[in-house]
Design a protein around this ligand. Structure first.
Ligand SMILES: [Zn+2]
Length: 202
């Protein structure tokens, strides 16, 4: 399949009703990003895929060649690509979207589940008391609990934290960045989770 044919490939790769992304690794096996199937196909065409993993292959159909045959390309759910290997330490960006997902969309004080719009970022040691805006000092909290806690620490407010906050490692961060992860991809990422949360595949 050439790159022109890749461009013709239809919109989404659907699998059991999910929009599938391909997990891109560097050649040492560290996750780099989630790719659309078109992006993955481009890497195959450029022969940058050095190894791949996953039982399920996704067949992308291209155009009809001169012999009247329809071309295709099989894409694995996990692909390791050639290229430079990142040397600087990984620092996950703190965002509410990833934070709420880390905490399973649960308020870390009352334990109930809420939607993104109903959750807030609570600073365990409040900013007014010098608390930092970093993964280790923030949890998801519902508006009611956050309001009740106000500018106090959990101890000062007599509120119990349900789980210890933590900074996700690279593998956990990749999990947080995609809501629809295939079994093979989840298995790969999970092998390097720190075990501080129990997360399930979609
Ligand atoms: Zn709450």
């Amino acid at each position: 399949m050439d790159s022109v044919e890749c461009a013709k490939v239809a919109e989404y790769m659907l699998y059991k009703g999910m929009v599938v992304s391909i997990l891109r690794l560097n050649k040492t096996g560290l996750p780099l990003s989630w790719l659309s199937r078109e992006e993955a196909a481009t890497l195959y065409v450029k022969e940058q895929v050095v190894w791949s993993l996953g039982d399920e292959q996704f067949r992308l159909h291209g155009g009809i060649n001169r012999c009247g045959e329809r071309s295709y390309l099989d894409v694995a759910p996990i692909i390791a690509c050639d290229g430079s290997v990142r040397s600087h330490p990984f620092a996950p960006t703190l965002s509410n979207r990833f934070l709420f997902r880390r905490d399973g969309h649960r308020c870390m004080y009352c334990g109930f589940q809420f939607s993104d719009s109903q959750l807030t970022r609570d600073h365990i040691i409040p900013k007014v008391q010098g608390g930092a805006d970093c993964w280790n000092n923030v949890v998801a909290a519902c508006q009611r609990c956050n309001h009740h806690k106000g500018g106090r620490t959990p101890e000062q407010a007599s509120m119990e934290l349900l789980a210890v906050p933590f900074e996700p490692n690279l593998f956990e961060f990749m999990y947080l960045a995609n809501r629809q992860i295939l079994g093979d991809q989840m298995e790969y990422l999970q092998s390097r989770f720190s075990g501080q949360r129990i997360w399930e595949a979609a």
